[in-house]
Design a protein around this ligand. Structure first.
Ligand code: F6R
Length: 606
């Protein structure tokens, strides 16, 4: 998704803007650009494609400057092209923008009548002209207030002004924006990660606010222009040097890291001396609520679906799960005795944030499960449970999915014990089982010899299906999502028992099908469903777990057996072969594994 960087300094800024744009590459983008002031005049360089190409052009035109803004664009209005790349400039100002201006067509007509000529098909260009128009009769502050009022939709903005070497303006509504503080220089960034190589001192703009960033000071204002003091956070530096190391792809590294990220998370939440769960910041009594609503998008949504099974099994609460983009537009009957949990790796997903915001407006109890603890969702929820898995760069979420499930499982176990739904013995045995999870994931990672060849078959298929029952059903959805997004192969996740109600018609000779059949209460039924697809010609990859009894079924194409572990923890293990399957399928196709086409890591538009 789009990314913004701005630097004001008394030193050259161009190369640092380019480096920071590289840090934002993980978000997914299709074009890039930069604008600086050279002797007070706006100079821009833009290109379609990667930041490397932008850097070449910057060197060709020898673009320099001590104040500048840069952008990586993920197309929304207008195709990816040099013209549509940001910044968008008028004679007077240059603008970078994340988000969508919903009333851009009306504003464009208004500006065209006044004689403004548009070069791009973007919604952003209206902002450059609107600022130019208001500046004619208003002070800088009045202009910003009036322009922000005119804009409908979501945005994070960075603006520089002709002849004004002393400041950059930042503003946000809906999309996040951060300010960083350095020695005799300051920065603007769409996320703290872009700024981390320059500073660990960060402030965040509140929704609807704007700021004026000088070399030596930053002023924050609300939407009426009233001055504010924003808190300065000292960010942890641990993620600063997150690199690929010996791996060729971040995704590969992130899959392999899972035993240690699981360990890190367990160390944060489990006191190994007392065998107890440490969630000290839980501000409510569990008896105060009767239901839990879990909300997320994509992979995060799948972790919520797994948690529904855990919570229903282990607590007396009513559990429901919602996709954030649906939740925010439904006529929800908010209940005071509900806890609303928002799950998001980035903590910036626009739909999930909007769903949280809706709950806050209705004065609901909210909890965020995030990876990025400085994110908007983490900052705005009543309580935060981080997943502690470190920076995730690969667009396809892997270690964060296991981290989300882990925190949800730990929370479920805490609630279950606090509710007295389980006794101390069961509670402690659940904790003991959790302590062996990391080791079992390590063993599962070694099971990948066959997956390289299996991946080739899935990569070259017309389509595939992923089937499971119970906890394995959301994992089937997750496996199918991973294959779709990485290998661009049509894949469907389905409850195994639902096949005969329609999708069985899709099965034909040679179609690869993953059947998730761990030795749980559903095992026998899932094996029957597997036989039904084998009988119709499917090539079945069976993922199950070790047991003294052999699987009784003929004609299974391939079988992978993960560790025998407590049933409830099996979702963690059976996910890993599916992550690797998608990885090898994408490898076979030669696709960009860390940045699949059309996708972005942090989805900050609706
Ligand atoms: C898929 C994937 C996405 C994200 C989704 C939500 O591999 O990564 O489906 O899970 O966009 O993102 P977050 O968790 O950042 O809210």
């Amino acid at each position: 998704m789009c990314g913004i960087i701005g630097i004001i300094s008394n030193k050259e800024v161009t190369s640092r803007i380019v480096n920071s744009l590289r840090k934002l590459e993980y978000r997914g983008y299709d074009s890039a650009g930069i604008a600086t002031l050279v002797r007070g005049n706006i100079n821009e360089v833009k290109c379609e494609g990667r930041v490397d190409a932008l850097e070449k052009d910057i060197n060709k035109f020898n673009l320099k400057g001590e104040i500048g803004i840069g952008h990586v664009r993920w197309a929304t209005h207008g195709k990816p092209s040099k013209i549509n790349a940001h910044p968008h400039s008028s004679e007077e100002v240059s603008v970078v923008h994340n988000g969508i201006i919903e009333n851009s067509t009306i504003l464009k007509k208004f500006l065209e009548k006044k004689g403004y000529v548009f070069k791009s098909q973007t919604d952003t260009e209206v902002i450059a002209h609107l600022v130019t128009e208001y500046l004619k009769k208003n002070s800088l502050k009045e202009t910003i207030i009036k322009v922000l009022k005119k804009l409908h939709g979501s945005f994070a903005l960075g603006i520089i002004f002709k002849g004004q070497n002393d400041f950059i303006v930042g503003a946000r509504r809906g999309s996040p924006l951060a300010v960083g503080y350095g020695p005799n220089e300051n920065y603007l960034g769409s996320d703290s990660y872009a700024l981390k190589s320059m500073t660990n001192k960060i402030s965040y703009l509140d929704d609807g606010d704007f700021c004026i960033i000088g070399k030596d000071q930053v002023q924050f204002f609300d939407n009426k222009g009233v001055k504010k003091n924003n808190k300065v956070f000292n960010l942890s530096k641990e993620d600063l040097n997150y690199e690929k190391g010996d791996y060729k792809y971040f995704m590969e590294k992130e899959i392999e890291e899972q035993p240690s990220t699981i360990n890190d998370c367990i160390n944060e939440y489990i006191d190994k001396h007392s065998n107890k769960i440490n969630i000290f910041n839980f501000p409510w009594k569990v008896n105060n609520f009767k239901s839990i609503v879990l909300v997320g998008c994509g992979t995060a949504f799948h972790s919520c679906l797994v948690a529904k099974y855990w919570l229903e099994q282990n607590t007396s609460l009513d559990i429901s799960v919602d996709i954030a983009s649906e939740f925010r537009y439904r006529k929800i009957r908010f209940k005071k005795d509900s806890l609303y949990i928002f799950v998001s790796q980035s903590g910036e997903t626009a739909d999930t944030y909007a769903a949280l915001d809706l709950c806050k407006q209705n004065k609901m109890k909210t909890c965020a499960i995030v990876n990025v603890i400085e994110s908007s969702i983490a900052r705005d929820a009543d309580m935060v449970l981080p997943i502690y898995c470190g920076q995730e760069i690969g667009v396809a979420s892997t270690k964060a999915f296991l981290g989300q499930m882990l925190v949800l499982y730990i929370l479920c176990t805490k609630i279950s014990f606090d509710q007295k739904y389980i006794n101390k013995k069961v509670y402690q045995s659940k904790i003991k089982n959790l302590l062996s999870l990391s080791n079992s994931t390590k063993k599962t990672l070694k099971l990948d010899q066959k997956l390289l060849d299996i991946g080739k078959v899935f990569a070259n298929s017309k389509g595939s299906m992923f089937l499971g029952r119970g906890y394995s059903y959301p994992i089937a959805l997750e496996g199918a999502l991973k294959l779709k997004e990485l290998a661009y192969v049509h894949a469907e996740g389905y409850p195994a028992g639902e096949m005969k109600h329609g999708p069985l018609a899709l099965i034909e000779e040679g179609m690869p099908v993953v059947v998730l059949a761990p030795r749980d209460e559903h095992y026998k039924k899932t094996i029957s469903n597997m036989q039904e697809v084998i009988a119709r010609g499917a090539k079945v990859l069976l993922i199950t777990n070790k047991n003294k009894d052999e699987v009784i079924s003929e004609n299974i194409w391939e079988k992978i057996e993960v560790d025998q572990l407590d049933q409830e923890l099996i979702p963690f293990l059976i996910t890993i072969p599916l992550q690797k399957l998608a990885f090898y399928s994408a490898l076979e196709k030669g696709f960009d594994i860390d940045k699949p086409r059309n996708l972005a890591k942090s989805v900050t538009v609706e």
